[in-house]
Design a protein around this ligand. Structure first.
Ligand code: F3S
Length: 392
């Protein structure tokens, strides 16, 4: 409670309000994979041990873990990490968290309703909850989301308040958005321009769930966006005027074909054509995306030396196994990997990565230190099957 009150004081909150839905990074006790020191690991373990003396008091789901228990042998992990991870997973389970292990909880049953106050970690999911579902959550960290889950309240500031949900940046979209990755390009452009502002997008077609997923992830990695209005789609923004709250936009930009091409150019920096890794499922793949990947790989083989990771939630993988998609991807030589993602959780030995997610491309460049190429799903599958990628 002290953390929530002090955080609220720092952010200018005037009161605590009830929260009914949390999504917390409870299972990653400190990322030794990426060289975290022992101290934060111990601190997080202590936090979770003391939290375990209580139980969550609302619908609470779990963000990704380092790797699913069945898959420890498929990736290189420090033994110390595995032990800590297993302890934390048990602690969180005992406290009542639903172990969904995903960065896209809205794909596996955590779908808050319009106006519901939430406390979510994972920036892409935060934007999705605010912008697509009309729920309300600020960006949470591990500690605040766990405290909210146990206590059932959050400090009221930021986008929990009507006045902070009003758009100030208007982006007129004239580019043709043909794929979810094009929506990612729009999000990357808009996120960079918006920083911490609330943008409104005008002139887009209605996004699919996959389009919206890419848009929201890129908004939160290109910039620090917490919510965005898509006029006619965001529940509280049936019109541009609704999104702007009846006031004029402080700034206006256009996202045309040139801006679309430029967004791709920013995350395409290959020094050669040979690729060794393809990463799909950032944010975690929907069943629809897995079906499309299986269709593209059916009866074919990945090029020699290429690793394909398709990342998803455990529940989605179970459905994909039942429907035969997982077997098709495995027969082609790919991995349908659940509960984690390569960038955050694994030692990926990659030199040149092709990915359909602007967020994955943005972070992989720094965190894995590889060359990255962002392309749509079909471009990624072509690269996986040929071992090469070239622009056009
Ligand atoms: Fe999820 Fe990893 Fe992307 S946590 S949003 S797949 S960087």
């Amino acid at each position: 409670m002290r953390w929530l009150v002090e955080w609220g004081d720092a952010m200018g909150a005037r009161r605590l309000v009830p929260v009914t839905n949390t999504h917390a990074l409870v299972t990653v006790p400190g990322n030794l994979v990426h060289g975290a020191v022992r101290k934060p690991l111990d601190a997080t373990m202590d936090l979770l041990r003391s939290a375990c003396e209580h139980r969550v008091c609302c619908h609470s789901t779990a963000h990704i873990t380092f790797a699913h228990e069945e898959q420890y042998d498929q990736i290189e992990m420090p033994p110390e990490q595995v032990a800590a991870q297993q302890e934390v997973m048990q602690i969180a389970r005992d406290a009542g968290f639903l172990m969904t292990y995903t960065c896209a909880p809205y794909l596996v049953g955590n779908v808050p309703l319009m106006g519901e106050i939430c406390a979510w970690t994972e920036s892409s999911a935060v934007v999705y909850a605010n912008s697509i579902l009309g729920a309300r959550t600020t960006r949470h960290g591990t500690e605040s989301a766990i405290a909210a889950a146990l206590l059932g309240c959050v400090p009221e500031f930021g986008v929990l308040l009507d006045e902070n949900r009003r758009a100030t940046l208007q982006v007129n979209v004239t580019a043709e958005l043909r794929t979810p990755t094009d929506w990612g390009a729009l999000g990357y452009f808009t996120g960079k321009a918006a920083g911490l502002e609330v943008p409104v997008l005008v002139g887009t077609p209605r996004p699919s769930q996959e389009d919206a997923k890419q848009l929201c992830a890129a908004l939160a990695s290109g910039g620090g966006v917490t919510m965005c209005h898509v006029a006619g789609v965001t529940p509280e923004a049936r019109t541009l005027e609704d999104a702007l709250g009846g006031k004029p936009a402080a700034r206006r930009l256009t996202f045309g074909q040139a801006e679309l091409a430029d967004a791709y150019r920013q995350l395409r920096n290959p020094a050669g054509e040979e690729i060794d890794t393809v990463i799909l499922g950032c944010p975690h793949a929907s069943l629809q995306e897995i079906a499309q990947i299986a269709d593209g790989l059916r009866g074919r083989q990945l090029a020699e030396g290429v690793t394909l990771w398709v990342c998803t939630a455990y529940a989605t993988r179970a459905a994909a196994q039942r429907l035969g998609y997982a077997a098709t991807i495995a027969a082609a030589g790919g991995y349908l990997f659940c509960d984690t993602c390569p960038t955050n959780s694994m030692r990926v030995q990659a030199k040149r990565i092709v990915t359909a997610g602007f967020k994955q491309a943005h972070y992989a460049r720094g965190m894995i230190g590889a060359e990255v190429i962002v392309d749509d799903l079909q471009g990624c599958l072509r690269a996986a099957l040929t071992g090469r990628w070239s622009d056009g």
